[in-house]
Structures are given as C-alpha cells and as structure tokens.
Design a protein around this ligand. Structure first.
Ligand SMILES: [Zn+2]
Ligand SMILES: [Zn+2]
Length: 136
C-alpha cells in the first residue's frame, strides 16, 4: 500500500517537474522577446507610416485581438494596428512581424524574401509582409 502511494507521489513529482520546465521555457521565450533590439521600427497597416519604437513606447496602447501584445494602436492615425518590424540579417529586407508569422528552427522570425515558400504563402493570402515603405 505504502509502496503504491510513493509511486504515485513519484509520478506527480515528474508531472510537476515537467510543468515547471515548460513554464521556465515559456518564461525564457517571453524574456527573449522583450529583449528585442531597441532599433525596432513600427509600421501601421492603416496609414502605412513607420516610426521608431521609442515614439510608441511613450504611447503604448495594445491593439486588442492582435497576435502579439506588441501590436499597438498607431500613434499617427490612432487606428492601426501598428506592427513591429524586423530586418533580415541575410538580405536586409525589412518585414512585418506578428501579421503572418513564421519562425525558423532558432525561434527567430523567418524572412519572407529568403524563405521563398513563406513569401509565396503570404502573397497567396495577399499579405504584404515587405511593404515598399519599409524597403525603399
Ligand atoms: Zn496609422
Ligand atoms: Zn532575408
């Protein structure tokens, strides 16, 4: 009887450990996200204006129902959504995050230009991930 109980406790311990490590993983992932480089820009899907994140930091209003809590109301037109953007290390293209996201094996956002299949998939959905305003 006591042996059975200790087995159960052991199983519960394993479950608790597993839950703990998942929580830790989720935490370190969000920690990574918030440590994103400061030179991040924002692009508004409504008025197509771009701006530096610092402009948004003083007027941080999360856009409800967005894919990420870093999608905000636009500081220019007050509509939005304004999405953070990312510059590709490989080709230098600037593309929109949290709109039609794809991540590579390192957890970094994939570039719609370098990842041709991804770029194609976005195009099929008529999502412009690399607007001209961001890539003059
Ligand atoms: Zn706007
Ligand atoms: Zn690229």
């Amino acid at each position: 009887m006591s042996g059975k109980n200790s087995g159960l406790l052991k199983n519960m311990g394993i479950v608790a450990a597993a839950v703990g490590s998942v929580a830790l993983l989720a935490w370190s992932w969000t920690a990574n996200m918030t440590q994103a480089p400061i030179q991040i820009g924002y692009y508004c899907l409504s008025c197509k204006k771009t701006d530096h994140i610092s402009t948004y930091q003083s007027n941080w209003r999360q856009y409800p129902g967005a894919m990420s809590d870093s999608v905000l109301y636009c500081v220019h037109c007050d509509k939005g959504p304004a999405h953070p953007t990312n510059e590709c290390d490989q080709c230098g293209s600037v593309f929109i995050l949290h709109l039609f996201p794809k991540y590579n094996e390192f957890g970094s956002p994939s570039c719609p230009k370098c990842d041709v299949a991804y770029g194609q998939a976005a195009k099929v959905k008529k999502i412009d991930l690399m607007p001209k305003a961001l890539n003059p």
